[in-house]
Ligand binder design. Structure first.
Ligand code: SF4
Length: 174
């Protein structure tokens, strides 16, 4: 049976089929922080955004690289309860004592989402996307205007443009 290897982040899984790879190095040139033939594993999927990964996979000339979106990244309620720590200025989940979190700064009716962090033990389970989605729901319920400084939040909004309604006018989502 042909060998294939899979590498996942919260949103998608990259599939690499070595027998199809013609070693043109397009992947290494495009995203050197992700594709490093000397490293093990040679794909560090956490070193690029989902959008960057998808763009790159589309450029693989041989079809050795492909991807699929993870089922858990679909918009559905996972039952995880979003909590807020106003003093620590963060939203978080408590998962067996581990705390994936989104840090923020409030200024009047504006909220800056500054940083998202998921403990390594919890990566690849769609938790980051779930946390961002529930945070955006709360921001919307509170009627706050959002400035998404965190690249993970910005990338999530780019993939789910229905949330652009929360974003401060004039802020460009890259
Ligand atoms: S771009 Fe595709 S064919 Fe080229 S080295 Fe990377 S995986 Fe192999």
């Amino acid at each position: 049976m042909p060998v294939k290897k899979e590498y996942s982040n919260d949103d998608l899984t990259i599939v690499w089929k070595p027998e199809k790879c013609i070693h043109s190095g397009v992947c290494v040139k495009t995203l050197p922080d992700v594709y490093d033939p000397k490293a093990r594993p040679w794909i560090s999927i956490g070193n690029a955004t989902t959008d960057e990964l998808i763009k790159q996979v589309d450029q693989c000339p041989s079809g050795a690289l492909s991807y699929y979106m993870n089922p858990q990244s679909a918009d559905r309620d996972t039952g995880r309860e979003l909590q807020e720590d106003p003093e620590g200025k963060m939203y978080f989940f408590d998962i067996n004592g581990l705390r994936p979190r989104i840090e923020y700064i409030r200024a009047g009716d504006r909220i800056f989402l500054t940083h998202t962090e998921v403990p390594p033990e919890l990566e690849g389970k769609g938790i980051g996307s779930d946390l961002i989605r529930k945070t955006l729901e709360d921001v919307g319920l509170k009627g706050l205007t959002l400035i998404p400084l965190c690249p993970f939040v910005a990338s999530y909004i780019k993939r789910h443009p229905e949330w652009k309604k929360l974003v401060l006018k004039g802020v460009n989502i890259k």
